[in-house]
Write a protein that binds this ligand. Structure first.
Ligand code: PLP
Length: 402
């Protein structure tokens, strides 16, 4: 057995598929089997595999300066440029950008910043973080504590205190919690469209409802944009797609298309003002690799490719081709529900089916989807072709009609 202990896998498992190459929306394994990467790896490979400009940018930065930290008093050009660019793309007219290496680090950073900003704003009693049923916020202790997927919280002992998970999907339970203890709530943490919990778009008016509750009670709204950020819905961020202005947004995944691990938090005006209110304050939070030059160079290049090649404009085409294809499966009675928006979709399987077995059968057809509960999820690279999308839908039809 190999020494590699895989994430989100049974430790006794041995029969992994060894991926050795990729191009565009396709990858291949060590035996030469080719697959359509219907999940953009793990929701992140927007620009497609093997992009020459990504490889060039990463190589050039590695030659210039592979790494130097950014704790005071140091900085580096790609990190500075990336933060400015990300702020420009965000809905905020001013603010700051904190850089991390993952979505989990981004979530924990946003939770900690929410609490410390409340303190700096003169509201030290506001420490409760509220998250939602079905929410997925990574696997560090903060994000684990905020998980709305019960299985992901179990067995890890006592989690972070004052983190409350609220049932959904309508706003009433959230409004009740605010009525009971709004004076203690520092922030609400919510994905714009819930991803890893099973692909649930927000109910009509839900995000606006969260915004209103946060405004009434001096709480911050944190949108976890780790999946939705950088184009998945056809806007740079879910905040713009759903037209709601948060106080902070977390990002990771498509920010670098995963070529180098990258994530962060975009901090809007209210939180920025709180952090800068007191002259003696210093942020005692950060990671060795915050602002890593190669990761930042990968981020700058991934954004440039998405902009120059108009990848966000492809999202409505994906929505039509893939979304309509999946709705046709529903019309044929092969799936019980179709959920999604933009370039992220799920089909709910009829109760008698086994999503794991269907995932495996699809692998044999050369198509990768992700089983979540009894749903199959799709989140392809934005460069996927119409032919590749049609092959995905055809493979689903073949497997689900057996
Ligand atoms: N937040 C959301 C919404 C996610 O979907 C994920 C990962 O899927 C994370 C946080 C955690 O990101 P990472 O796995 O990069 O730590």
């Amino acid at each position: 057995m190999s020494a590699f202990l895989h994430p989100f896998s049974p430790p006794r498992m041995t029969d992994f598929i060894t991926i050795v190459g990729g191009e565009g929306a396709e990858i291949w394994d060590e035996d030469g089997n080719r697959y359509i990467d219907g999940m953009a790896s793990l929701w992140y490979m927007n620009v497609g595999h093997g992009h020459p400009k990504m490889i060039e940018a990463i190589t050039a930065q590695a030659k210039a300066l592979a790494s130097y930290h950014t704790f005071a008093p140091f900085s580096n050009p790609p990190a500075e440029r990336l933060a400015d660019t990300i702020l420009e793309l965000s809905p905020f007219d001013r603010g700051r950008v904190f850089l991390t290496s993952s979505g989990s680090e981004a979530v924990d950073t946003a939770m900690k910043i929410a609490r410390i900003a409340q303190r700096e704003a003169g509201r030290p009693h506001k420490t409760t973080i509220v998250s939602r049923e079905h929410g997925y916020h990574g696997t560090n202790f903060g994000g684990t504590s905020a998980q709305g997927i019960p299985g992901n919280r179990e067995g890890f002992g006592e989690l972070v205190g004052e983190v409350v998970n609220v049932e959904g999907p309508d706003i009433e339970p959230m409004a009740r919690l605010f009525a009971e203890r709004g004076d203690r709530i520092a922030a609400v943490l919510s994905e714009p469209l819930q991803g890893a919990g099973g692909v649930f778009p927000p109910p009509e008016g839900y995000l606006e409802g969260l915004r209103a509750l946060c405004d009434e009670h001096d709480a911050y709204l944190i949108l976890d944009e780790v999946i939705t950020g950088f184009g998945r819905l056809g806007s740079w961020f879910g905040a713009q797609y759903y037209d709601v202005e948060p106080d902070m947004m977390t990002f990771a995944k498509a920010s670098s298309s995963g070529y180098i691990p990258l994530g962060g938090v975009i901090i809007g005006p209210a939180v920025t003002d709180a952090l800068m209110a007191n002259e003696g304050f210093s942020l005692k939070h950060g990671y060795t690799y915050s602002g890593h030059p190669i990761a930042a160079a990968a981020g700058n290049q991934a954004i440039a490719i998405q902009r120059d090649d108009g990848l966000l404009d492809l999202v409505p085409l994906i929505e039509r081709r893939l979304g309509d294809g999946l709705r046709a499966l529903h019309g044929d009675g092969l799936v019980s529900e179709v959920r999604g928006a933009g370039a992220v979709w799920a089909v709910q399987l009829p109760d008698h089916r086994d999503a794991m077995k269907d995932r495996d059968a699809l692998l044999e057809q050369g198509v990768i989807v992700r089983p979540l509960g009894n749903a199959l999820v799709m989140c392809p690279p934005l460069v996927i072709t119409e032919t590749q999308m049609d092959r995905m839908v055809d493979a689903l039809a073949t497997v689900l009609s057996r």
